[in-house]
Design a protein around this ligand. Structure first.
Ligand code: NAD
Length: 258
């Protein structure tokens, strides 16, 4: 029993989407390690994520370990969590950011493209959350953050279009519905919804011209950084954030105001 839903001293956060060199996931990994978490860094790009984790582990005072996994495969997701549970302290945190963009206009979207995006962004979210949260419920403590997008709230309007918006909107409904079922076990489930962030998910490295153009629709005069997102994720995964659940936290420079 963990009636107060307190964090164990030694605890692990699983971070998905930590393979890309300039992505949000790696900054989340480094921040969580600095905040005292052991971290399992996951990505479909096993070579990249394990090389990154080796470096992050050398810099951290905690253990950072990298694992390859395709989050659309139930067997791979189950297998990687089984390994994490054997390798590291109990999983208390999940920061789920693995995802893909889709800039295809509506009438050009094939069923294959629709299924690809929904498989990774929606089904992947389901598989990773269900596997992670089972253990959190058993231990009666957990924090989950799933990454959606301002594109879900606006219906595109940034870079990606219909399948991406639909999949990222599903992340919001999914997270809130799960939050209803697991709150009584001391598990919080929240969403961070970024606006334009300076990574390479929007078709490669952003030029200064493109950044200026993207920032022109914002209340703040710049696009966001992975640190803007990672700082929010770190807070929502902290023990102190235990009274926040089913929230959608906009980190978007004022792109969406509601
Ligand atoms: N960068 C932005 O402007 C922005 C804005 C809104 C939302 N987001 C969301 O934030 C998250 C992180 O975005 P990012 O900009 O760091 O993107 P990114 O492309 O840098 O990182 C995404 C990572 O997910 C991994 N991935 C893709 N498919 C996978 C699979 N099947 N299994 C496991 N891993 C897989 C990729 O290999 C990649 O490392 C995404 O969910 C994205 O939709 C980003």
């Amino acid at each position: 029993m963990n009636p107060l839903h307190r964090f164990p001293t030694e605890r692990t956060a699983v971070v998905t989407g930590a393979g890309s060199a300039r992505g949000i996931g790696r900054t989340v990994v480094r921040r969580l390690a600095q905040a005292g978490w052991h971290v399992a860094a996951l990505d479909v790009d096993k070579v990249a994520v394990t090389a990154f984790a080796t470096q992050a582990n050398a810099d951290a005072g905690t253990t950072v370990k990298g694992y390859g996994v395709d989050i659309t495969s139930p067997d791979e997701v189950d297998g990687v969590f089984t390994r994490i549970e054997a390798d590291l302290p109990p999983v208390v945190g999940l920061a789920h950011g693995a995802g893909v963009a889709s800039p295809v206009p509506f009438f050009d979207v094939t069923l294959d493209e629709w299924n690809r995006v929904l498989d990774i962004n929606s089904t992947g979210t389901f598989l990773v959350n269900q596997r992670a949260i089972r253990g959190m419920v058993d231990r009666e403590v957990g924090r989950v953050v799933n990454l959606s997008s301002a594109s879900a709230q606006m219906g595109g309007g940034t870079y990606s279009k219909v399948p991406y918006s639909a999949s990222k909107a599903s992340v919001i409904g999914f997270s809130r519905a799960v939050a209803r079922e697991v709150g009584k076990f001391g598990v919080t489930v929240n969403v961070v919804s970024p606006g334009p962030i300076d990574t390479e998910i929007m078709g490669g490295r952003l030029t200064d011209e493109r950044k200026t153009q993207m920032a022109s629709g914002l209340l703040l005069d710049r696009i966001g950084t992975p640190t803007d997102i990672a700082a929010t994720v770190e807070f929502l995964l902290s023990e102190d954030a235990g009274y926040i659940t089913a929230a959608v936290v906009n980190v978007n420079g004022g792109l969406v105001v509601n």
